[in-house]
Ligand binder design. Structure first.
Ligand code: CTP
Length: 436
C-alpha cells in the first residue's frame, strides 16, 4: 500500500529556495514533454533526517536524456552531460555547485529481477524496487499539480522512523555485495541499526563469501567511502563485529591495541579539522595507515593488492610509511630542537604527519607535530636567492644549503633579523675567489 502525503512544506523548509524552484520547473518541463519526474533516493531520505544533501537524483518516466537536454536549453548556464549507454544525464549548475543526476525508468529496459514476485509495477516503482534499502526508496512527485507528493511504496518512512536499515529483498547482498558496506555506513552515519532479517542476510553473505567476486576497484571504492565517514572508526568496529574485515585482509584485527591507534588518529584528524578549516587531508588514507599498521609487511602488500593498488603505489606507500616511522623514532628519542622537527617533517605529507602524531607515545613527539603544523612549517628566512646573488654568491646547490641553514637558525632563534642572517651567511659560507 502506498501512503500518500504531500511534503512540499518540508521541502520548502529544508531546501534552498533556488533548489525548490529548480525542482518545480523540472516538474513542468517533464509534464510538457509528456514525462513524469520524481526526486528519489538519498536526498529525500535526508529531508526526513534533517540532513543537508544537495546530491539530487531525479528519475524520469519517459526519456531522461531528452528531459535533461530540454532543461539545458532553457538554462544555458547549466552544463548537461548525457550517458547514452545508461540513459542517464548529469546536470551541473555553474553558480550554486548543485549537481543533479537524471535517470530513466523505462520498463522494457529491465531484465526482470530474480527476486521480484509481481511484474505489474510502474516503471518508477520497479526502479525503486531495485535499490538497496527501504530508506532509499522514497520518491517525490515533481510534476504539477501534485508537486511534493511523497510516494512511499516500500515503507521507507516507517524504517526511517524506526531507524532501521532494511534490504528490499533477500537476494540484495548476493546481487551486490557492496551493499553490505553501504548498510554499515548508513547505520553508523545516521545512528540507525541494521534490521534483524537484514543482519541475517549479511551473515549469509559472509558464509557464502559473496565478496570474493568483488573487483579490487569496487572494493576500494567502498573502503574509501567508509573511511571518509565521520564515524569511520565506528564503521570499522561494526565491520569487525559482523566479521567482515577479512574481506579486505584475513589478518586484519581490531582489538583494543588496534582500536587505540584508530581512536588516536580520530583525535588527530579532529584536531586538524578544527585547526585548519581551509585545509583538508585524505581522511581515508590516515585511517588506512592506522588499520594496516599492525600488519606484517606481507600483509600490507596483500591488503594493498586486494584494494587494487599497483606495485608501484604499494611500494611508495611502504617507503613513505617507513620514512614517517623513522622520523617518529627520532622525534621520540629526546626532545628535538625546532629545526630538527622541521627537517624531519617537512617532506612528509600531512596524512603521514598525523599518523606520527597519533602513533607516537611520547607526549613531546605528539606536541612536536602539532607545533610543526601550526607554526614551524611556515618559518622562512628573510633572505632569498636574489639576496644571496646580491651578496656575490653563485646560484647552485650551495644556495639550498645556505637557505636551509638560515631556516634552521631562524627556527632555533639563532638569528632574529635580516642583518644577523647576512652575518651568519658570510661567516659560515666564506666566498672563494670564483664566488662558489
Ligand atoms: N544504490 C543501490 N545499490 C548500490 C549503490 C546505490 O541500490 N550498490 C542506490 C541507492 O538506493 C541510492 C542510489 O542508488 O539511493 C544512489 O546511490 P548513492 O548516491 O551512492 O547513494 P546515497 O544514498 O546518496 O549515499 P551517499 O550519501 O553515501 O552518497
Amino acid at each position: 500500500t502506498v501512503r500518500n502525503k504531500n511534503i512540499k512544506s518540508l521541502m520548502g523548509e529544508r531546501l534552498p529556495r533556488r533548489v525548490m524552484s529548480t525542482l518545480k520547473e523540472m516538474g513542468q518541463v517533464a509534464g510538457e514533454l509528456g514525462f513524469k519526474a520524481y526526486l528519489v533516493g538519498g536526498s529525500v531520505r535526508d529531508l526526513f533526517l534533517r540532513r543537508e544533501n544537495l546530491d539530487l537524483d531525479v528519475v524520469v518516466e519517459g526519456d531522461g536524456i531528452a528531459f535533461a537536454r530540454r532543461y539545458g536549453e532553457l538554462h544555458p548556464e547549466v552544463k548537461v552531460r548525457s550517458h547514452k549507454k545508461f540513459n542517464t544525464a548529469n546536470l551541473t549548475f555553474a553558480k550554486s555547485g548543485l549537481s543533479l543526476d537524471v535517470a530513466t525508468a523505462r520498463l522494457e529496459y529491465y531484465d526482470s529481477p530474480a527476486a521480484l514476485p509481481v511484474v505489474e509495477l510502474s516503471s518508477l516503482k520497479l526502479d525503486l524496487y531495485r535499490r538497496d534499502f527501504t530508506i532509499n526508496t522514497l520518491a517525490v512527485q515533481l510534476n504539477p499539480p501534485g508537486f511534493g507528493q511523497l510516494l512511499d511504496f516500500f515503507d521507507g518512512l516507517r524504517d526511517i522512523k524506526e531507524k532501521a536499515v532494511r534490504v528490499m529483498h533477500n537476494l540484495s547482498f548476493v546481487e551486490d555485495p557492496t551493499r553490505v558496506f553501504r548498510a554499515v555506513r548508513f547505520e553508523q552515519r545516521f545512528g540507525f541499526r541494521i534490521g534483524k532479517l537484514t543482519e541475517g542476510l549479511v551473515k549469509n553473505a559472509v558464509k557464502i563469501d559473496a565478496f570474493k567476486r568483488l573487483s579490487p576497484r569496487r572494493l576500494f571504492g567502498e573502503f574509501r567511502q567508509m573511511l571518509e565517514e565521520e564515524r569511520a572508526v565506528a564503521c570499522l568496529q561494526r565491520l569487525r563485529d559482523l566479521k567482515l574485515l577479512y574481506v579486505f585482509n584475513p589478518d586484519l584485527k581490531l582489538e583494543t591495541r588496534e582500536e587505540e591507534l584508530l581512536e588516536d588518529l580520530e583525535e588527530a584528524l579532529a584536531w586538524h579539522r578544527l585547526s585548519f578549516l581551509d585545509q583538508t587531508v585524505e581522511q581515508w588514507l590516515v585511517y588506512y595507515l592506522g588499520l594496516s599498521d599492525p600488519l606484517e609487511p606481507e600483509g600490507r602488500q596483500a591488503l594493498g593488492r586486494r584494494l587494487g593498488m599497483s606495485r608501484k603505489q604499494r611500494d611508495e606507500m611502504e617507503n613513505e610509511r617507513e620514512r614517517a616511522l623513522k622520523a617518529m623514532n627520532l622525534l621520540q628519542r629526546k626532545k628535538p630542537a625546532a629545526s630538527e622537527i622541521y627537517f624531519l617533517l617537512h617532506a612528509q605529507r600531512p596524512e603521514f604527519q598525523l599518523y606520527i602524531m597519533a602513533k607516537a607515545n611520547r607526549q613531546w613527539a605528539k606536541k612536536a607535530v602539532s607545533q610543526y603544523m601550526l607554526s614551524l612549517a611556515r618559518v622562512r628566512p628573510e633572505m632569498d636567492g636574489d639576496d644571496l646573488k646580491a651578496l656575490g654568491y653563485t646560484p647552485g646547490p650551495l644556495f639550498k644549503r645556505i637557505l636551509d641553514r638560515l631556516t634552521a637558525a631562524r627556527l632555533d632563534g639563532e638569528v632574529l633579523t635580516r642583518d644577523q642572517e647576512e652575518r651568519l651567511v658570510m661567516k659560515e659560507f666564506p666566498k672563494t675567489a670564483d664566488g662558489a
